[in-house]
Design a protein around this ligand. Sequence first.
Ligand code: C2O
Ligand code: CU
Ligand code: CU
Length: 486
Amino acid sequence: MSPEPISRRRALVLGGLGVASLAAGATGWAITAQTGGGELAPPISGAPLAEPPILDSRGGRLQVELTAASGVRLAGRDTAALGFNGTSPGPTLRVRPGDELAVRLTNRLDQPTNLHTHGPRVSPQGNGDNPFIRIDPGAWFDYRYRIPPEQPAGTHWYHPHHHGTVADQLFGGLAGALLVDHGPDLPVDHDRVLLITDITLDAGGRVVAPGPMERMMGRQGALVLVNGQHQPDIPATPGVPQRWRLINGCVSRVLAIRLDGHQLTQVALDGTFLPAPLPRDQVRLAPGNRVDVVVRPTGPGRYRLRTDAVDRGGMGGMMGRGGGEAISWPATLATMTSAGTPVSAPPLPAALPADIPPSGSVTRSRQTAFQMGMGAGGMRFTIDGRSFDPDRDDQTVRLGTIEDWTITNPGPLAHPFHLHIWPFTVLASSDGAAPTGTAQDVVLVPAGGWVRVRIPFTARPGRSVYHCHILDHEDLGMMATINVQE
Ligand code: C2O
Ligand code: CU
Ligand code: CU
Protein backbone atom coordinates (compact mmCIF):
# COMPACT_ATOMS: atom_id res chain seq x y z
CA MET A 1 0.00 0.00 0.00
CA SER A 2 1.42 3.34 -0.93
CA PRO A 3 1.06 6.32 1.36
CA GLU A 4 -0.93 9.39 0.45
CA PRO A 5 0.94 11.63 -1.94
CA ILE A 6 2.04 14.71 -0.10
CA SER A 7 1.36 17.89 -1.94
CA ARG A 8 4.02 20.53 -2.32
CA ARG A 9 1.68 22.86 -0.46
CA ARG A 10 1.63 20.55 2.52
CA ALA A 11 5.39 20.30 2.59
CA LEU A 12 5.64 24.06 2.43
CA VAL A 13 3.12 24.61 5.17
CA LEU A 14 4.79 22.13 7.47
CA GLY A 15 8.20 23.48 6.58
CA GLY A 16 6.94 26.97 7.26
CA LEU A 17 5.88 25.87 10.70
CA GLY A 18 9.45 24.88 11.42
CA VAL A 19 8.61 21.36 12.47
CA ALA A 20 9.35 18.79 9.90
CA SER A 21 9.70 18.65 6.19
CA LEU A 22 8.05 15.77 4.50
CA ALA A 23 8.77 14.03 1.28
CA ALA A 24 7.13 10.98 -0.14
CA GLY A 25 9.79 8.66 -1.49
CA ALA A 26 9.14 5.88 -3.95
CA THR A 27 9.14 3.32 -1.19
CA GLY A 28 7.34 5.17 1.53
CA TRP A 29 7.75 7.95 4.00
CA ALA A 30 10.85 9.89 4.69
CA ILE A 31 10.41 12.41 7.43
CA THR A 32 13.20 14.74 8.32
CA ALA A 33 12.94 16.62 11.55
CA GLN A 34 14.72 19.91 11.14
CA THR A 35 16.00 19.82 14.66
CA GLY A 36 17.21 16.24 14.86
CA GLY A 37 18.20 15.90 11.22
CA GLY A 38 17.22 12.25 11.44
CA GLU A 39 14.96 10.26 9.23
CA LEU A 40 12.08 8.16 10.27
CA ALA A 41 12.33 4.74 8.74
CA PRO A 42 9.21 3.84 6.73
CA PRO A 43 6.59 2.80 9.26
CA ILE A 44 5.31 -0.71 8.98
CA SER A 45 1.91 -0.66 7.31
CA GLY A 46 -0.57 -3.32 6.34
CA ALA A 47 -0.34 -5.52 9.44
CA PRO A 48 -3.69 -6.88 10.64
CA LEU A 49 -5.47 -4.47 12.96
CA ALA A 50 -4.55 -5.22 16.54
CA GLU A 51 -6.74 -4.16 19.40
CA PRO A 52 -5.48 -3.22 22.83
CA PRO A 53 -6.00 -5.84 25.54
CA ILE A 54 -9.48 -5.65 27.09
CA LEU A 55 -9.79 -5.46 30.86
CA ASP A 56 -13.35 -6.47 31.75
CA SER A 57 -15.30 -5.84 34.92
CA ARG A 58 -16.49 -8.85 36.91
CA GLY A 59 -19.18 -8.93 39.57
CA GLY A 60 -19.75 -5.19 39.37
CA ARG A 61 -16.13 -4.17 39.66
CA LEU A 62 -13.05 -3.50 37.58
CA GLN A 63 -9.78 -2.88 39.34
CA VAL A 64 -6.82 -1.97 37.18
CA GLU A 65 -3.34 -0.65 37.56
CA LEU A 66 -2.13 1.73 34.89
CA THR A 67 1.48 2.82 34.70
CA ALA A 68 2.31 5.76 32.46
CA ALA A 69 5.84 5.46 31.09
CA SER A 70 7.98 5.93 28.02
CA GLY A 71 8.81 3.01 25.70
CA VAL A 72 6.18 1.55 23.39
CA ARG A 73 5.92 0.02 19.93
CA LEU A 74 4.29 2.31 17.42
CA ALA A 75 3.89 1.82 13.67
CA GLY A 76 5.84 -1.41 14.04
CA ARG A 77 8.96 0.10 15.64
CA ASP A 78 10.31 0.50 19.15
CA THR A 79 9.98 4.11 20.21
CA ALA A 80 10.43 6.38 23.19
CA ALA A 81 6.76 7.40 22.91
CA LEU A 82 4.48 7.04 25.92
CA GLY A 83 2.05 4.34 26.91
CA PHE A 84 0.01 2.82 29.69
CA ASN A 85 1.34 -0.55 30.84
CA GLY A 86 3.76 -0.59 27.92
CA THR A 87 1.29 -0.09 25.10
CA SER A 88 -0.19 2.83 23.19
CA PRO A 89 -3.15 2.91 23.26
CA GLY A 90 -3.34 1.55 26.79
CA PRO A 91 -5.70 -1.33 27.64
CA THR A 92 -9.37 -1.01 26.78
CA LEU A 93 -11.34 -0.78 30.02
CA ARG A 94 -14.82 -2.32 29.79
CA VAL A 95 -17.39 -1.71 32.48
CA ARG A 96 -21.15 -2.05 32.86
CA PRO A 97 -23.72 0.44 34.20
CA GLY A 98 -23.66 0.39 38.01
CA ASP A 99 -20.07 -0.87 38.18
CA GLU A 100 -17.26 0.50 40.25
CA LEU A 101 -14.06 1.23 38.36
CA ALA A 102 -10.93 1.45 40.50
CA VAL A 103 -7.74 2.65 38.80
CA ARG A 104 -4.37 2.98 40.42
CA LEU A 105 -2.38 5.30 38.18
CA THR A 106 1.38 5.23 38.66
CA ASN A 107 3.42 8.03 37.14
CA ARG A 108 6.74 6.88 35.66
CA LEU A 109 6.99 9.99 33.48
CA ASP A 110 9.34 12.88 34.17
CA GLN A 111 6.49 15.37 34.60
CA PRO A 112 3.19 15.47 36.52
CA THR A 113 0.19 13.65 35.14
CA ASN A 114 -3.31 12.52 36.14
CA LEU A 115 -6.26 10.73 34.56
CA HIS A 116 -9.48 11.89 32.95
CA THR A 117 -12.30 9.54 32.02
CA HIS A 118 -13.65 11.33 28.98
CA GLY A 119 -17.35 10.56 28.60
CA PRO A 120 -18.91 8.52 31.40
CA ARG A 121 -21.29 10.36 33.73
CA VAL A 122 -19.27 9.97 36.90
CA SER A 123 -18.70 12.30 39.82
CA PRO A 124 -16.00 14.96 39.43
CA GLN A 125 -15.38 15.03 43.17
CA GLY A 126 -12.63 13.61 45.38
CA ASN A 127 -10.95 10.61 43.80
CA GLY A 128 -13.50 10.54 40.97
CA ASP A 129 -12.99 12.21 37.58
CA ASN A 130 -11.24 15.15 39.21
CA PRO A 131 -9.11 17.14 36.76
CA PHE A 132 -7.46 19.12 39.58
CA ILE A 133 -5.51 16.11 40.88
CA ARG A 134 -1.77 16.15 40.30
CA ILE A 135 0.33 13.00 40.38
CA ASP A 136 4.03 13.80 40.53
CA PRO A 137 6.74 11.66 38.92
CA GLY A 138 7.21 8.49 40.94
CA ALA A 139 3.87 8.85 42.71
CA TRP A 140 0.61 6.99 42.30
CA PHE A 141 -3.04 7.77 42.94
CA ASP A 142 -6.11 5.60 43.47
CA TYR A 143 -9.09 6.72 41.42
CA ARG A 144 -12.52 5.33 42.10
CA TYR A 145 -15.35 5.89 39.65
CA ARG A 146 -18.92 4.85 40.15
CA ILE A 147 -20.56 4.26 36.77
CA PRO A 148 -24.21 5.25 37.32
CA PRO A 149 -26.84 2.54 36.69
CA GLU A 150 -28.49 4.82 34.11
CA GLN A 151 -25.24 5.25 32.11
CA PRO A 152 -26.03 4.36 28.48
CA ALA A 153 -23.86 1.76 26.80
CA GLY A 154 -21.26 3.44 24.65
CA THR A 155 -17.77 4.38 23.59
CA HIS A 156 -15.61 6.64 25.73
CA TRP A 157 -11.91 7.04 26.39
CA TYR A 158 -9.33 8.08 28.93
CA HIS A 159 -6.28 10.33 28.77
CA PRO A 160 -4.15 12.51 31.07
CA HIS A 161 -5.49 15.92 32.05
CA HIS A 162 -2.82 17.73 34.03
CA HIS A 163 -3.05 21.35 32.84
CA GLY A 164 0.10 22.30 30.95
CA THR A 165 1.11 18.78 29.92
CA VAL A 166 -2.08 17.38 28.40
CA ALA A 167 -1.17 17.89 24.74
CA ASP A 168 2.38 16.56 25.14
CA GLN A 169 1.20 13.45 26.95
CA LEU A 170 -1.66 12.64 24.58
CA PHE A 171 0.55 13.34 21.54
CA GLY A 172 3.15 11.11 23.19
CA GLY A 173 0.66 8.22 23.16
CA LEU A 174 -1.20 8.26 26.47
CA ALA A 175 -4.78 7.32 25.66
CA GLY A 176 -7.04 4.32 25.88
CA ALA A 177 -10.63 3.28 25.21
CA LEU A 178 -13.21 3.06 27.97
CA LEU A 179 -16.34 1.17 26.99
CA VAL A 180 -19.64 0.91 28.78
CA ASP A 181 -21.18 -2.39 27.80
CA HIS A 182 -24.77 -3.39 28.23
CA GLY A 183 -24.73 -6.77 26.58
CA PRO A 184 -25.29 -7.33 22.88
CA ASP A 185 -27.02 -4.32 21.38
CA LEU A 186 -26.39 -4.60 17.65
CA PRO A 187 -26.40 -7.57 15.26
CA VAL A 188 -22.76 -7.27 14.21
CA ASP A 189 -20.06 -9.85 13.83
CA HIS A 190 -17.07 -7.81 14.97
CA ASP A 191 -17.03 -4.99 17.45
CA ARG A 192 -13.77 -3.10 17.07
CA VAL A 193 -12.15 -0.12 18.76
CA LEU A 194 -10.33 2.19 16.32
CA LEU A 195 -8.53 4.74 18.48
CA ILE A 196 -6.98 7.27 16.14
CA THR A 197 -3.99 9.32 17.28
CA ASP A 198 -1.25 11.27 15.57
CA ILE A 199 2.39 11.71 16.44
CA THR A 200 5.68 12.90 14.95
CA LEU A 201 8.77 10.80 15.64
CA ASP A 202 12.41 11.42 14.82
CA ALA A 203 14.89 8.83 13.55
CA GLY A 204 15.64 7.69 17.08
CA GLY A 205 11.97 7.05 17.77
CA ARG A 206 11.69 10.11 19.99
CA VAL A 207 8.59 12.27 19.97
CA VAL A 208 9.26 15.54 18.14
CA ALA A 209 8.23 18.56 20.20
CA PRO A 210 6.18 21.21 18.40
CA GLY A 211 7.35 24.79 17.98
CA PRO A 212 5.44 27.76 19.41
CA MET A 213 3.60 28.42 16.14
CA GLU A 214 2.53 24.79 15.95
CA ARG A 215 1.14 24.94 19.46
CA MET A 216 -0.83 28.02 18.53
CA MET A 217 -2.29 26.38 15.46
CA GLY A 218 -2.78 23.10 17.30
CA ARG A 219 -0.11 20.52 16.55
CA GLN A 220 -0.74 17.75 14.07
CA GLY A 221 1.48 14.69 13.88
CA ALA A 222 3.09 13.49 10.68
CA LEU A 223 1.88 9.94 11.36
CA VAL A 224 -1.78 9.14 11.83
CA LEU A 225 -2.15 5.86 13.71
CA VAL A 226 -5.02 3.48 14.42
CA ASN A 227 -4.53 1.62 17.70
CA GLY A 228 -0.85 2.59 17.45
CA GLN A 229 -0.50 1.01 14.00
CA HIS A 230 0.19 2.71 10.71
CA GLN A 231 -2.43 1.92 8.08
CA PRO A 232 -3.38 -1.53 9.42
CA ASP A 233 -5.54 -4.00 7.55
CA ILE A 234 -9.05 -4.71 8.77
CA PRO A 235 -10.22 -8.17 7.73
CA ALA A 236 -13.87 -8.43 6.69
CA THR A 237 -16.33 -10.72 4.93
CA PRO A 238 -18.74 -9.43 2.26
CA GLY A 239 -22.16 -8.80 3.77
CA VAL A 240 -21.08 -9.32 7.37
CA PRO A 241 -21.55 -6.15 9.42
CA GLN A 242 -18.89 -4.83 11.78
CA ARG A 243 -19.13 -2.12 14.40
CA TRP A 244 -16.23 0.31 14.45
CA ARG A 245 -15.90 2.54 17.47
CA LEU A 246 -14.00 5.52 16.05
CA ILE A 247 -12.31 7.65 18.69
CA ASN A 248 -10.53 10.87 17.77
CA GLY A 249 -7.59 10.86 20.15
CA CYS A 250 -5.59 13.42 18.14
CA VAL A 251 -4.47 16.58 19.91
CA SER A 252 -5.78 18.95 17.21
CA ARG A 253 -6.65 17.07 14.05
CA VAL A 254 -10.28 17.09 12.97
CA LEU A 255 -11.13 13.80 11.24
CA ALA A 256 -13.54 13.53 8.30
CA ILE A 257 -13.70 9.79 7.84
CA ARG A 258 -15.01 7.81 4.92
CA LEU A 259 -14.58 4.32 3.52
CA ASP A 260 -14.01 3.88 -0.19
CA GLY A 261 -16.98 2.27 -1.94
CA HIS A 262 -19.15 2.22 1.17
CA GLN A 263 -21.47 4.21 3.29
CA LEU A 264 -20.81 4.32 7.00
CA THR A 265 -23.94 3.78 9.04
CA GLN A 266 -23.60 5.94 12.12
CA VAL A 267 -25.26 4.45 15.20
CA ALA A 268 -23.78 6.50 18.06
CA LEU A 269 -22.10 9.78 18.93
CA ASP A 270 -20.00 10.37 22.05
CA GLY A 271 -21.19 7.20 23.72
CA THR A 272 -24.93 7.46 23.17
CA PHE A 273 -26.99 5.84 20.46
CA LEU A 274 -28.75 7.94 17.86
CA PRO A 275 -32.53 7.38 17.61
CA ALA A 276 -32.04 5.51 14.32
CA PRO A 277 -29.15 4.33 12.13
CA LEU A 278 -27.92 7.18 9.95
CA PRO A 279 -26.22 6.26 6.65
CA ARG A 280 -23.46 8.74 5.88
CA ASP A 281 -20.83 9.26 3.24
CA GLN A 282 -18.47 10.80 5.77
CA VAL A 283 -18.41 11.21 9.54
CA ARG A 284 -16.66 14.15 11.16
CA LEU A 285 -14.96 13.91 14.54
CA ALA A 286 -13.47 16.88 16.34
CA PRO A 287 -10.71 15.97 18.81
CA GLY A 288 -12.35 14.03 21.65
CA ASN A 289 -15.45 12.95 19.69
CA ARG A 290 -16.45 9.31 19.29
CA VAL A 291 -18.57 8.03 16.43
CA ASP A 292 -19.71 4.41 16.25
CA VAL A 293 -20.44 3.18 12.75
CA VAL A 294 -21.61 -0.09 11.27
CA VAL A 295 -19.86 -1.17 8.09
CA ARG A 296 -21.29 -3.80 5.80
CA PRO A 297 -18.72 -4.79 3.15
CA THR A 298 -20.43 -4.65 -0.22
CA GLY A 299 -18.19 -7.20 -1.88
CA PRO A 300 -14.69 -8.62 -1.96
CA GLY A 301 -11.89 -6.10 -2.36
CA ARG A 302 -9.59 -3.67 -0.62
CA TYR A 303 -11.14 -0.41 0.52
CA ARG A 304 -9.31 2.46 2.12
CA LEU A 305 -10.56 4.08 5.28
CA ARG A 306 -9.55 7.72 4.87
CA THR A 307 -9.75 11.04 6.54
CA ASP A 308 -10.34 13.94 4.19
CA ALA A 309 -8.94 17.46 4.48
CA VAL A 310 -10.66 19.71 7.00
CA ASP A 311 -10.02 23.44 7.11
CA ARG A 312 -9.79 24.52 10.74
CA GLY A 313 -9.17 28.15 9.83
CA GLY A 314 -5.98 30.15 9.79
CA MET A 315 -4.14 32.86 11.59
CA GLY A 316 -2.97 34.80 8.56
CA GLY A 317 -5.18 37.71 9.57
CA MET A 318 -3.86 37.84 13.11
CA MET A 319 -0.25 36.92 12.63
CA GLY A 320 0.46 38.32 9.20
CA ARG A 321 2.71 36.28 6.91
CA GLY A 322 3.81 33.08 8.52
CA GLY A 323 0.57 32.91 10.46
CA GLY A 324 -0.25 29.78 8.56
CA GLU A 325 -3.34 27.75 8.00
CA ALA A 326 -4.70 25.05 10.24
CA ILE A 327 -5.66 22.30 7.87
CA SER A 328 -6.14 18.72 8.92
CA TRP A 329 -4.56 17.00 5.96
CA PRO A 330 -5.94 13.90 4.28
CA ALA A 331 -4.50 10.56 5.33
CA THR A 332 -5.18 6.88 4.91
CA LEU A 333 -6.15 5.41 8.27
CA ALA A 334 -6.53 1.74 7.39
CA THR A 335 -7.58 -0.63 4.63
CA MET A 336 -10.55 -2.93 4.87
CA THR A 337 -9.77 -6.22 3.15
CA SER A 338 -12.98 -7.99 2.36
CA ALA A 339 -12.71 -11.59 1.21
CA GLY A 340 -14.66 -14.83 1.24
CA THR A 341 -18.13 -15.98 0.32
CA PRO A 342 -20.73 -13.24 0.66
CA VAL A 343 -23.05 -13.75 3.61
CA SER A 344 -26.45 -12.20 4.05
CA ALA A 345 -26.75 -10.83 7.56
CA PRO A 346 -29.81 -9.34 9.27
CA PRO A 347 -30.31 -5.59 8.88
CA LEU A 348 -29.82 -3.15 11.72
CA PRO A 349 -32.91 -2.44 13.80
CA ALA A 350 -34.88 0.59 12.59
CA ALA A 351 -34.77 2.14 16.06
CA LEU A 352 -31.75 2.28 18.38
CA PRO A 353 -31.74 2.48 22.19
CA ALA A 354 -31.19 6.25 22.22
CA ASP A 355 -30.82 8.05 25.52
CA ILE A 356 -33.39 10.80 25.84
CA PRO A 357 -31.95 13.79 27.71
CA PRO A 358 -34.03 14.95 30.69
CA SER A 359 -36.57 17.61 29.80
CA GLY A 360 -37.82 20.52 31.86
CA SER A 361 -37.79 24.25 31.66
CA VAL A 362 -34.59 26.11 31.00
CA THR A 363 -33.77 28.25 34.00
CA ARG A 364 -30.83 30.19 32.70
CA SER A 365 -28.92 31.09 29.56
CA ARG A 366 -25.30 32.07 29.45
CA GLN A 367 -22.67 32.94 26.94
CA THR A 368 -19.06 31.99 27.01
CA ALA A 369 -16.41 32.86 24.45
CA PHE A 370 -13.28 31.14 23.18
CA GLN A 371 -10.89 34.00 22.61
CA MET A 372 -7.45 34.46 21.11
CA GLY A 373 -5.65 37.74 21.33
CA MET A 374 -2.22 39.29 21.37
CA GLY A 375 -0.92 39.85 24.87
CA ALA A 376 2.38 41.04 26.27
CA GLY A 377 3.88 37.55 26.15
CA GLY A 378 2.52 36.61 22.72
CA MET A 379 -0.77 35.03 21.69
CA ARG A 380 -3.17 34.47 24.59
CA PHE A 381 -5.72 31.66 24.61
CA THR A 382 -8.56 32.46 26.97
CA ILE A 383 -12.17 31.82 27.82
CA ASP A 384 -14.03 35.08 28.35
CA GLY A 385 -10.70 36.89 28.35
CA ARG A 386 -9.21 34.90 31.23
CA SER A 387 -6.55 32.19 31.27
CA PHE A 388 -7.24 29.03 33.22
CA ASP A 389 -6.98 29.36 36.98
CA PRO A 390 -7.85 26.19 38.90
CA ASP A 391 -8.62 28.21 42.04
CA ARG A 392 -11.23 30.49 40.46
CA ASP A 393 -14.88 29.52 39.89
CA ASP A 394 -15.76 30.73 36.42
CA GLN A 395 -19.31 29.41 36.20
CA THR A 396 -21.50 28.59 39.17
CA VAL A 397 -24.53 26.46 38.43
CA ARG A 398 -27.35 25.21 40.63
CA LEU A 399 -27.73 21.42 40.70
CA GLY A 400 -31.06 20.30 39.25
CA THR A 401 -31.32 23.04 36.65
CA ILE A 402 -31.21 23.00 32.87
CA GLU A 403 -29.27 25.72 31.07
CA ASP A 404 -28.75 26.90 27.51
CA TRP A 405 -25.22 27.99 26.72
CA THR A 406 -24.06 29.85 23.64
CA ILE A 407 -20.39 29.31 22.96
CA THR A 408 -19.03 32.00 20.70
CA ASN A 409 -15.80 31.99 18.76
CA PRO A 410 -14.93 35.39 17.29
CA GLY A 411 -11.45 34.21 16.25
CA PRO A 412 -10.05 32.74 13.02
CA LEU A 413 -9.59 29.12 14.21
CA ALA A 414 -12.30 26.56 14.94
CA HIS A 415 -12.27 25.38 18.58
CA PRO A 416 -13.90 22.17 19.84
CA PHE A 417 -15.93 22.94 22.99
CA HIS A 418 -15.78 20.15 25.58
CA LEU A 419 -17.59 20.04 28.91
CA HIS A 420 -16.72 17.33 31.42
CA ILE A 421 -19.31 15.34 33.40
CA TRP A 422 -22.48 17.00 32.03
CA PRO A 423 -23.23 15.96 28.42
CA PHE A 424 -25.25 18.41 26.34
CA THR A 425 -27.40 18.44 23.25
CA VAL A 426 -26.65 20.81 20.41
CA LEU A 427 -29.59 23.10 19.64
CA ALA A 428 -28.16 25.11 16.78
CA SER A 429 -24.88 26.16 15.26
CA SER A 430 -23.78 29.03 13.03
CA ASP A 431 -22.74 26.56 10.34
CA GLY A 432 -26.28 25.20 10.11
CA ALA A 433 -25.25 21.60 10.90
CA ALA A 434 -28.26 19.45 11.82
CA PRO A 435 -28.34 18.55 15.54
CA THR A 436 -28.66 14.85 16.42
CA GLY A 437 -31.03 15.40 19.37
CA THR A 438 -28.89 13.14 21.54
CA ALA A 439 -26.26 14.00 24.11
CA GLN A 440 -22.63 14.62 23.18
CA ASP A 441 -19.63 16.06 24.97
CA VAL A 442 -17.56 17.75 22.24
CA VAL A 443 -18.80 20.08 19.53
CA LEU A 444 -16.73 22.07 17.07
CA VAL A 445 -17.41 25.82 17.28
CA PRO A 446 -16.78 27.25 13.79
CA ALA A 447 -14.28 30.09 13.32
CA GLY A 448 -16.16 33.36 13.60
CA GLY A 449 -19.26 31.43 14.66
CA TRP A 450 -21.20 30.01 17.57
CA VAL A 451 -22.92 26.89 18.88
CA ARG A 452 -25.89 26.79 21.24
CA VAL A 453 -26.23 23.78 23.56
CA ARG A 454 -28.68 22.63 26.24
CA ILE A 455 -27.07 21.23 29.39
CA PRO A 456 -29.04 19.32 32.02
CA PHE A 457 -27.23 19.84 35.33
CA THR A 458 -29.73 17.44 36.87
CA ALA A 459 -27.17 15.21 38.59
CA ARG A 460 -23.54 15.10 39.76
CA PRO A 461 -22.65 18.09 41.91
CA GLY A 462 -19.04 19.16 41.99
CA ARG A 463 -16.34 21.18 40.32
CA SER A 464 -14.93 20.42 36.92
CA VAL A 465 -13.83 22.11 33.71
CA TYR A 466 -14.78 22.98 30.17
CA HIS A 467 -12.20 23.75 27.53
CA CYS A 468 -11.04 23.70 23.95
CA HIS A 469 -10.21 20.09 23.02
CA ILE A 470 -7.37 21.28 20.81
CA LEU A 471 -5.27 20.37 23.80
CA ASP A 472 -2.47 22.76 22.92
CA HIS A 473 -5.02 25.54 23.35
CA GLU A 474 -6.20 24.04 26.62
CA ASP A 475 -2.62 23.90 27.92
CA LEU A 476 -2.14 27.52 26.79
CA GLY A 477 -5.05 28.61 28.99
CA MET A 478 -8.27 28.00 27.04
CA MET A 479 -10.00 26.23 29.91
CA ALA A 480 -12.43 27.38 32.61
CA THR A 481 -13.90 25.92 35.78
CA ILE A 482 -17.52 25.14 36.51
CA ASN A 483 -18.94 24.54 39.97
CA VAL A 484 -22.29 22.75 40.16
CA GLN A 485 -23.59 23.32 43.66
CA GLU A 486 -26.44 21.72 45.57
CU1 C2O B 1 -10.84 14.64 26.57
CU2 C2O B 1 -11.02 17.62 29.34
O1 C2O B 1 -10.87 16.12 27.93
CU1 CU C 1 -13.22 15.13 28.83
CU1 CU D 1 -8.87 25.89 20.46
